[in-house]
Design a protein around this ligand. Structure first.
Ligand code: ZN
Length: 268
C-alpha cells in the first residue's frame, strides 16, 4: 500500500496548486499526472481518500474531496454516499469543505499528517484515525458536528469512485454552518498566542502562527458560534479540552479567559 501513499504525496502538491488558483482537477487528469491511464479514476479516488484522511487527521476540511472532481466537474457522487452515511452528514462534510478557505497552514498540516500516515492505505488510514479519537471528534472534523456517535469500526471504504462496504454509520442530529469570519476574528484576537496557555503557536510557512479554534461550549450543546464562545488555542490544549480529565475545569478557565479577552478587545 506504499504505492498509494507515494501517489498521495505526489498528488498533494498538484491539488494544492489547483486550490491556490481556485481551480479544479479532474480524476482523469490526476490519473495522467500520476503517470496512469486516464481511466484509472478509481485508483485516484482512493488516493484522494487517503489525502482526505490526512486532512481529517490534521483537523482540516477535506481538500481532495472538493478539488478533485469528476469529468462533469462534480464531487465524486459515490464518496460518502447515502448508503453509508446519513445524507445530511454527507452534505455537512461537503459544505464544511466547500465553505472552507484553505490556507498555507492547512496545506502544510495535511502534508505533515500524510507523513504520519506513511504506510497506510485509505482504508487503514481511516481505521487508524478511529483509534486516535472518539467518533464524535471524527465527526466534528469531517462535518463540523459533534455529539453523535460514529461506529468505531467505521471506515469510508472508497472503491470504484465510491464505497463498497459499510462506512460511517451516523445518525444526523443537526448541522452547523461554522462562521469563518468568527474563526478569523478570534485568531486575530489571539495575536499568534494560545489564548489558554499563552504559548506562541508554531510558525507557519505563510508567516502566521498556528492556532486552532475551539468552541468552548460545543455547538452540539447549543454553544454559540460567536467570538465570546470561541477560543484560539494550541493543539495540545485543544486535545486536552476535548479529551482531558480536566475538561470541565478547562472549560471554566476558558470561559473566563475569553470573557477577559473580549473585554480587552471591545474596550479597545
Ligand atoms: Zn495552549
Amino acid at each position: 500500500m506504499t504505492i498509494q501513499h507515494d501517489e498521495a504525496r505526489k498528488l498533494l502538491p498538484i491539488i494544492v496548486k489547483a486550490a491556490r488558483s481556485n481551480q479544479y482537477l479532474r480524476y482523469q487528469d490526476a490519473a495522467e499526472l500520476l503517470g496512469r491511464p486516464r481511466d484509472n479514476a478509481r485508483t485516484v479516488a482512493q488516493v484522494c481518500d487517503l489525502l482526505d484522511s490526512a486532512a481529517a487527521l490534521a483537523d482540516v476540511p477535506l481538500l481532495a474531496l472538493v478539488v478533485v472532481l469528476t469529468a462533469e466537474n462534480k464531487i465524486n457522487p459515490k464518496a460518502w454516499t447515502a448508503n453509508y452515511v446519513e445524507p445530511g452528514i454527507r452534505d455537512g462534510i461537503i459544505r464544511r469543505s466547500k465553505g472552507h478557505t484553505f490556507t498555507d497552514a492547512d496545506f502544510k498540516a495535511i502534508a505533515l499528517a500524510l507523513e504520519e500516515l506513511k504506510g497506510h492505505s485509505n482504508r487503514t488510514a481511516w481505521k487508524y484515525l478511529a483509534t486516535l479519537m472518539p467518533s464524535a471528534e471524527r465527526r466534528r472534523r469531517l462535518a463540523g458536528m459533534a455529539g453523535v456517535a460514529l461506529a468505531d469500526d467505521a471506515i469510508n471504504d472508497l472503491d470504484d469512485l465510491g464505497a463498497d462496504s459499510p462506512g460511517y454509520k451516523i445518525v444526523l442530529a443537526k448541522q452547523y454552518a461554522r462562521d469563518q469570519k468568527v474563526r478569523a476574528a478570534v485568531k486575530a484576537r489571539a495575536g499568534g498566542r494560545c489564548e489558554y496557555c499563552g504559548e506562541e503557536g508554531f510558525l507557519c510557512e505563510d508567516g502566521t502562527r498556528y492556532l486552532e479554534c475551539h468552541h468552548i461550549i460545543a455547538l452540539a450543546n447549543d454553544g454559540a458560534d460567536r467570538m465570546s464562545n470561541v477560543i484560539a488555542i494550541c493543539p495540545d490544549d485543544h486535545r486536552e479540552a476535548h479529551f482531558g480529565k480536566r475538561r470541565a475545569e478547562i472549560e471554566l478557565d476558558m470561559i473566563a479567559k475569553v470573557k477577559a479577552a473580549e473585554a480587552r478587545r471591545l474596550g479597545g
